[in-house]
Ligand binder design. Structure first.
Ligand code: THU
Length: 129
């Protein structure tokens, strides 16, 4: 699957974001080992600390569907800065992939201009048991 296709799936999920507090809508799309695409969006809450990032929503959905490990992730925001995953999401991702996992990041709904990095670059020395 091309990065632009995975980013398009993230963009579609972004439209479902529940982000009335930050107004920063994020979508994430995981490519799983069997070729499936599993998406998530950020889900905010009036009790701010209960907010869940798009990446962790996608990861939990994939795990619940029995679709691990992951082969790539795309993350998209429809406004504001490029959505590099937070530290918590990096660690949770590391549970289900290798450090070589490609991470595609695009801002402002853009599927043709994106950055490519890897989870190992974003999170060296991930904690593993
Ligand atoms: N957020 C994500 O969903 N993923 C990221 O990679 C960065 C931050 C969300 C959490 C919150 O709803 C909003 O962005 C502002 O922090």
């Amino acid at each position: 699957m091309k990065p632009a296709d995975l980013l398009a799936a993230a963009a579609a999920a972004c439209r479902n974001a529940h982000a009335p507090y930050s107004k920063y809508r994020v979508g994430a799309a995981l490519l799983t080992d069997d070729g499936s695409v599993i998406t998530g969006c950020n889900v905010e809450n009036a009790s701010y600390g209960l907010t869940i990032c798009a990446e962790r929503v996608a990861i939990g959905t994939a795990v619940a569907a029995g679709k691990t490990p992951f082969k790539a992730i795309a993350i998209m925001a429809d406004n504001g800065p490029a959505p590099f995953p937070c530290g918590a999401c990096r660690q949770v991702l590391a549970e289900f992939c290798t450090p070589e996992l490609p991470v595609y990041i695009a801002g402002a709904g853009c599927t043709d201009a994106y950055e490519t990095t890897t989870l190992g670059t974003l999170l060296p020395f991930a904690f593993k048991l």
